[in-house]
Each structure stands twice: as structure tokens, then as C-alpha cells.
Design a binder for this molecule. Structure first.
Ligand code: AHN
Ligand code: ZN
Length: 332
């Protein structure tokens, strides 16, 4: 018994000794671990969740429907309530089948006098087709709680914080329209062309302010789902490698490394692509899209009728929202 105890003590001592390295301190607890001090205001995930719920309560937000118009008006109003300077960019867009839809990009700006600016964006429309659901639901529009509303909800909560406390840089928040009107997968003849991300394509060629420039841009897409994983998306690394590192290392310091993993993701044609290609604003996509060896996948509710409030998770909203706040309040 005595021997056993001595042996255990020896093992315990050597573990402690090892963990202290060659430092001369004899503390059992490592005393040189510095805890990261957040400088941004606390992100309120309950409030962000309510902003997601409010959008979903309108029903699907498919262009050319009354629900879409009503939600757009609501978003303009919220941004104005939170002190943003709001510009609505209305446009006519041609979709994959040659039909025309009316689109509206909603732009809220803070600190207009500031030269140093950061662009934050998400899409506010939802998909007209549940084309990843069972075939009887292919033509039913989706609620897009995660696909659409989550990114906008987080950015509305960011806007509420910007109103309460100004960061050093100027911020532009854009809610892009018609991201999700891409060619349905059930169509046998897939037309040539870039039919996703129509609102951001339009903006990238028709900036709301002549000569608009930002240091960088961050896109939030599918950022509210339970057990979300954000890999380092291909175009984001290609065009904005240092911004990817900035965001992922900030997330890790804040304790959100479980969500922001240090792995390369697949390539996603999303709202950041035309912005990277046409405006020269290096932009990153934070998106729940996982690459595992040869297989790449969206979450299982993506483009199905299951993309409703039951998949939305407050911890995920907090991980993304707090990371964004920290990144922008650190910026000079
Ligand atoms: C592709 O599916 C290649 N791009 C669309 C990205 C997307 C759709 N994000 C949300 N909905
Ligand atoms: Zn989508």
C-alpha cells in the first residue's frame, strides 16, 4: 500500500514537473497561461435568435412574393432603428429560366466619414425550391432559418451593438437579395451561366457609392445551425488568406475553436465570389460546409423543408456573432 502511494506521488510529481518545462517555479498550476481578454461588447445570442425568428415568421422570402417585400421592409426599418444610414438598391434580375424578378439589396452604413471600412454581408432571400428534400416537396419554398435568416439575424444584432458603441472603423452591412434562385437540381437541362448570387453580382458591378472600398469583407451563410463546422473555404483562402487567419485565430482565442476548425473546406460559389473578382475587396465566407476527404457536404437540412427554427442553435449564433464583434472592434 505504502509503495503504491509513493509510486503514485512520483508519477504525479513527474507530470507536474514535465508540464512546467524547464521553468524554475514549483507551482503545480501553470501560472504563465494568459487568458485572452475580449475587447468587444458581449454578443447577445437571445437577441440574434429573435431576429432570426422574426424573419422566419414572414414565411419563405422568395422574390416577387408579398412575404419577401414585407420582410425587406422590416429589415430596412430595423437598420434605421439601429442608427444606420440605409440605401436600398432596387434592380431587375433575370433568373435561370429567363424570367425577370425584382430584387432589392439593403445596405446599412455606420461611420460614413471614416475611410477605413469593413464590409459585412449575408443574403436575405430564401430558396423557392426544396430541391434537396423528397421529390414531392421539390417545388415548395423553404423557410431558410439557417439558409438566409441566421446570417441576417447575427448582422442585425451586430448593428444593434454598433448603435450602442462605435468601433474605430466604419462598417457597411449589406443584405443581398436573390442569392438562392440558382438552377434547381431537378432540372434535366442545366442552363449555362452563374445563376446563384444574383444580388451580389449586381452590386459588385454597380456599387451603391461610386468608388466604394473596404479593407475586407466577411460573408455569413448558414451560421446558425446546431453543431456547425466552419472550414476554411477555398475562394476565401485564395483571395483573402490573411483575413481567414485573422477570423479563425480570433475565434480560437475566444474559445470557439470547436466551430472554427483549422481545416481546408471545399469551394463554394457564394456571394463573396463576385465581390472578390469584381471589386478587389478581399472577402471571406463563413459557411457550414464540411469537407471530409473526397466528400463535401452542407448540413442535412440544406434546401429542405427541415431548414426551420428547430435547427437554430444559440451557441452557434454566439460563436459567430462574438467572433465578428471582436474582429471589428479590434480593427483600427
Ligand atoms: C452552391 O450551391 C454551389 N452555391 C450556393 C451556395 C448557397 C446556397 N448558400 C446558401 N444557399
Ligand atoms: Zn441556399
Amino acid at each position: 500500500m505504502k509503495i503504491k502511494k509513493t509510486l503514485l506521488a512520483c508519477i504525479a510529481f513527474s507530470v507536474i514537473a514535465c508540464s512546467c518545462g524547464n521553468k524554475t517555479t514549483s507551482n503545480a498550476m501553470p501560472s504563465d497561461v494568459t487568458v485572452y481578454q475580449r475587447i468587444s461588447p458581449k454578443f447577445n445570442a437571445d437577441s440574434a435568435y429573435n431576429f432570426v425568428q422574426k424573419q422566419v415568421d414572414f414565411g419563405p422570402r422568395v422574390p416577387n412574393t408579398p412575404q419577401h417585400t414585407a420582410c425587406g421592409d422590416y429589415l430596412v426599418n430595423e437598420l434605421k432603428t439601429f442608427g444606420a444610414n440605409v440605401i436600398e438598391q432596387k434592380m431587375s434580375l433575370t433568373i435561370y429560366n429567363g424570367k425577370k424578378i425584382s430584387g432589392r439589396n439593403i445596405i446599412g452604413s455606420y461611420g460614413l466619414e471614416k475611410k477605413n471600412r469593413i464590409l459585412l454581408f449575408a443574403h436575405w432571400d430564401t430558396r423557392a425550391y426544396a430541391d434537396s428534400d423528397s421529390d414531392k416537396n421539390f417545388h415548395t419554398p423553404i423557410l431558410g432559418a439557417d439558409d438566409g435568416a441566421s446570417g441576417v439575424g447575427i448582422l442585425l444584432e451586430v448593428a444593434r451593438n454598433l448603435y450602442a458603441q462605435s468601433p474605430e472603423v466604419g462598417i457597411d452591412i449589406i443584405f443581398f437579395d436573390a442569392e438562392d434562385y440558382g438552377t434547381p437540381s431537378f432540372l434535366e437541362n442545366q442552363p449555362e451561366g452563374n445563376w446563384w448570387c444574383l444580388g451580389s453580382q449586381y452590386w459588385s458591378k454597380n456599387l451603391h457609392v461610386k468608388g466604394y472600398k473596404a479593407k475586407y469583407g466577411i460573408l455569413l451563410d448558414l451560421v446558425g445551425g446546431k453543431d456547425a463546422t466552419f472550414c476554411k473555404e477555398y475562394y476565401s483562402i485564395r483571395y483573402a488568406d490573411n483575413i481567414v487567419e485573422k477570423i479563425w485565430s480570433t475565434a480560437r482565442q475566444l474559445g470557439y475553436g470547436k466551430y472554427f476548425v483549422a481545416r481546408d473546406g471545399g469551394a463554394i460559389v457564394d456571394d463573396h465570389v463576385s465581390i472578390n473578382q469584381n471589386t478587389g475587396i478581399p472577402s471571406v465566407d463563413i459557411i457550414n460546409y464540411v469537407k471530409n476527404g473526397q466528400t463535401e457536404s452542407f448540413p442535412e437540412w440544406h434546401h429542405t423543408l427541415d431548414d426551420n427554427m428547430t435547427v437554430i442553435n444559440k451557441e452557434t449564433l454566439e460563436a459567430v456573432g462574438q467572433t465578428i464583434l471582436e474582429v471589428i472592434y479590434k480593427e483600427k
